[in-house]
Design a protein around this ligand. Structure first.
Ligand SMILES: CCCCCCCCCCCCC[C@H](O)CC(=O)SCCNC(=O)CCNC(=O)[C@H](O)C(C)(C)COP(=O)(O)OP(=O)(O)OC[C@H]1O[C@@H](n2cnc3c(N)ncnc32)[C@H](O)[C@@H]1OP(=O)(O)O
Length: 729
């Protein structure tokens, strides 16, 4: 056996090529070149009878180098040419797929005549998640191999499938549990001399459907609806349509045109930014120079959750799914039984979704999941997540108890969406072990975990909380401690603007529509109805903004010298709490219903309100709705960055994409601001601020002003313009 640079060759029998994507950096030009040279050599060498291609380090390939798309003409065409070269080889070529074969990696495998996969391998065409489509002829070969419905599903969702699924679909020829490379070599030896024509996918017809055109039209509508303005899924459908209507070579040309269209759309740039931002936020920094590279997490072998309300139930569910044994605690048996039933129901549902892995959840086993009212059972757990309702006194009481009962190294987390972590930590004797873990509802579904360090939180505690996020398959983002942290703090001015727009003349459904057309999953009013209007009402009462504690004579629409809208309070006072009560900003089919219908009752309440306060309603166009809501949110983002509450704009963007339904193809609010251009964002904020001088949220942040004065630098450089890093970081 000869060994070259990641390239292995056997004399007689199969030639073996290795070297796909060192680590996970994507297919490099060197690998492309090595494969091309090797294939040519193998074809020319009569002693070589077959060829086997495998990956390095147990991974076939993560696909093309995503960072290389900024210079696509260098890498792109040569990958497609390589796939064709493989397919046209006169000797059988077998792919040995271990680990992953994604994107361009799977397209290379599709160029091979046979594919053998390890049982744990995963395959997929995730280009759509990067705003692209499989551009190395994958949209033309895959439907020819597995048919239009299955190919379309893989290409438009980007999902990864298991080796067994791939075998079922006919994507691979064999699945092995032992040595994949040996099995591929064995298969290569067996097929030497067999005709290759039928194995060349480009020569095969696409398997017909009874009504291919109707199927594709329906698919296009379906993906368009799901995509919320993202182009890639729809163009993926068009590329697959080309496979059904055109000869292979014309289909490839169409695929390339569509690829180039996507590449230049701006959405691809946003989605690729989001991909790298999600990885960048894994690196964190905290007070005193502590950072991810210098902090090791503690092991997480067991956990406890306190409080089995909506959040607690979801948190227990994701801990069980992550194989972490859980003690679930409630304050009394009545609440415990209600909570237990709800958790079991959630877990049954999750088990059903997971199908073959359901057994592994084993949640009826008390060693895996135990329900109790006894705090003493928390003595030995590695981690406690308190998830009771937002009441500072209650939380402090619980943390005081925890610091007496739990072992000294236990991580003490509070699931809060706004409360002061330092104040909660002050109730314990070990504030360095206290950290905020802000889960998003439903906690077993939403990917975001906002991790909030307090003044005394130790680097080990932060590292352990990040480890928790990873174990739960969530995106953890480390942020500083302030009211509302990052996500909710940016949300306040956004929602505030939405309500002010209602005062001035808009209707809830108009505002929601504009923001949903922008790409948000749901607009601010539908969102408030879903979350429950009483939550904010209670919080405002607590802050003394509404209710009996407001001093007599306070103007109805003013608090502390700034504009205030009592509209949400009025709704709550009339029993409109959102979905749970059947009425809120919309009306619903029943209490707990989910279908929002514009409510004439709200329209007349608004008319009455404007009349009472002498507001003459005006028509507000879409642009103003967008600008006032989004730029207010972005403006708060700049203030957060300037205060050092987050380490960079990527953190804010990842939080918004994963926790607040911000459209991923717009890259997050700060990326969006960069796309719009900071000078324009500033100018429009100045304009709206002049029109509404009593709204501080519209007053441009000094950091935004500075960035504009510095010539609108690229987002990557923003943080270097802060005169000094905040003491928090
Ligand atoms: C103007 C004229 C133009 C004409 C052109 C016309 C023709 C065009 C032809 C184009 C050919 C297109 C070919 C193909 O269709 C396109 C592609 O292949 S796109 C890439 C598809 N692949 C992916 O999307 C996979 C992305 N990666 C992942 O999903 C995950 O990383 C993983 C592989 C599942 C592994 O997950 P983890 O184990 O959790 O590891 P990480 O995610 O942390 O990754 C580790 C490290 O690796 C980096 N990385 C991973 N994949 C890539 C990649 N494909 N490219 C570059 N870098 C990658 C990742 O960023 C991490 O880096 P770190 O953060 O640690 O620095």
């Amino acid at each position: 056996m000869r060994r070259g640079r990641g390239l292995h060759a056997a004399g007689a029998g199969p030639e073996r090529y290795q070297g796909y994507g060192r680590g996970l950096r994507g297919i490099s030009l060197a690998v492309l070149q090595a494969l091309e040279d090797g294939l040519e050599k193998a074809d020319a060498d009569p002693s070589v009878k077959a060829v086997m291609i495998c990956g390095e380090n147990g991974k076939f390939s993560a696909g093309a180098d995503i960072r290389g798309f900024s210079s696509p003409n260098r890498q792109g065409p040569s990958l497609a040419a390589l796939v064709s070269l493989i397919e046209s080889s006169k000797k059988p070529v077998v792919a040995a797929i271990e680990g992953i074969a994604l994107g361009g990696g799977l397209e290379v495998a599709l160029g091979c005549h046979y594919r053998v996969a390890h049982v744990k391998a995963r395959m997929g065409l995730p280009e759509v998640t990067l705003g692209l489509l499989p551009g190395a002829e994958g949209t033309q070969r895959l439907p020819r191999l597995i048919g239009v419905p299955a190919a379309l599903d893989m290409i438009t969702t980007g999902k990864h499938i298991s080796a067994h699924e791939a075998l079922k679909l006919g994507l691979v020829d064999e699945v092995v549990e032992a040595n994949t490379v040996e099995a591929a070599m064995h298969l290569a030896n067996q097929v030497i001399g067999q005709p290759l024509g039928p194995r060349r996918l480009s020569l095969r017809p696409v398997p017909p459907l009874p009504d291919t055109d109707g199927f594709l039209r329906a698919a296009r509508l379906r993906v368009r609806e799901r995509a919320r303005g993202c182009l890639a899924p729809e163009l993926c459908v068009q590329a697959v349509r080309a496979a059904t209507e055109l000869p292979f070579s014309a289909g490839v040309r169409r695929e390339r045109e569509l690829f180039v269209e996507l590449l230049s759309s701006g959405q691809a740039r946003a989605l690729q930014y989001a991909f790298f931002a999600e990885r960048a936020v894994r690196r964190w920094s905290a007070p005193g120079g502590a950072a991810s590279h210098g902090a090791a997490p503690r092991p997480l072998r067991s956990a406890a959750v306190i409080g089995l309300g909506t959040m607690g139930r979801g948190i227990v569910t994701c801990l069980v799914k992550a194989n972490i044994p859980v003690v679930a605690l409630e304050q009394n048996l009545e609440y415990l039984n209600v909570g237990r039933k709800a958790v079991m129901l959630l877990l049954e549902r999750e088990a059903k979704k997971m199908e073959q892995d359901a057994q592994a959840l084993d949640f009826h086993n008390p060693a895996r999941l135990q329900f109790t009212v006894d705090f003493d059972l928390l003595r030995d757990v590695d981690l406690v997540i308190e998830a009771v309702f937002e009441d500072m006194a209650l939380k402090k009481e619980i943390f005081h108890k925890l610091s007496r009962i739990c072992k000294p190294e236990a991580l003490l987390c509070t699931n809060t969406s706004a409360l002061d972590i330092d104040e909660i930590a002050s109730a314990t004797s070990r504030p360095e072990q206290v950290i905020g873990t802000h889960f998003f509802s439903p906690a077993h579904v939403m990917r975001l975990l906002e991790i909030i360090y307090g003044r005394h939180t130790s680097p080990t505690a932060i590292a352990t909380a990040m480890q928790l996020a990873r174990a739960l398959r969530k995106v953890g983002v480390v942020v500083g401690n302030c009211f509302g942290f990052v996500g909710n703090r940016m949300m306040f001015p956004y929602v505030e603007q939405a309500v002010f727009l209602l005062e001035e003349g808009s209707r809830p459904e108009e505002v929601d529509q504009v923001l949903e057309d922008f790409g948000f999953k749901i607009g601010p009013f539908r969102m408030s109805d879903l979350a429950g209007l009483d939550v904010g009402w209670r919080s405002r009462q607590g802050q003394g903004l509404t209710g009996p504690s407001v001093p007599a004579g306070t103007p109805a629409r003013q608090r502390l010298g700034r504009r205030y809208s009592p509209l949400p309070d009025l709704l709550c006072e009339s029993g409109r709490f959102g979905q749970k009560s059947g009425t809120g900003w919309y009306r619903y089919e029943r209490a707990g219903g989910r279908t929002a219908t514009p409510d004439p009752g709200v329209h007349s309440l608004l008319a009455q309100y404007r009349h009472t306060h002498g507001i003459r309603p005006r028509h507000i166009d879409q642009e103003e709705i967008l600008e006032r809501c989004l730029f207010a949110l972005i403006n708060e983002g700049f203030a957060i960055l300037a205060e050092g509450i987050a380490a960079g704009p990527e953190h804010l963007d990842v939080i918004y994409i994963n926790g607040y339904g911000w459209p991923r193809h717009r890259g997050g609010p700060m990326f969006y601001a960069a796309t719009v251009g900071l000078p324009r964002v500033l100018a429009r904020l100045q304009h709206h601020s002049q029109a509404h001088p009593d709204v501080p949220g519209l007053r441009p942040s000094a950091f935004l002003e500075k960035l504009v004065a510095m010539g609108n630098p690229p987002l990557k450089e923003w943080m270097s313009y802060l005169s000094q890093q905040s003491p928090r970081l």
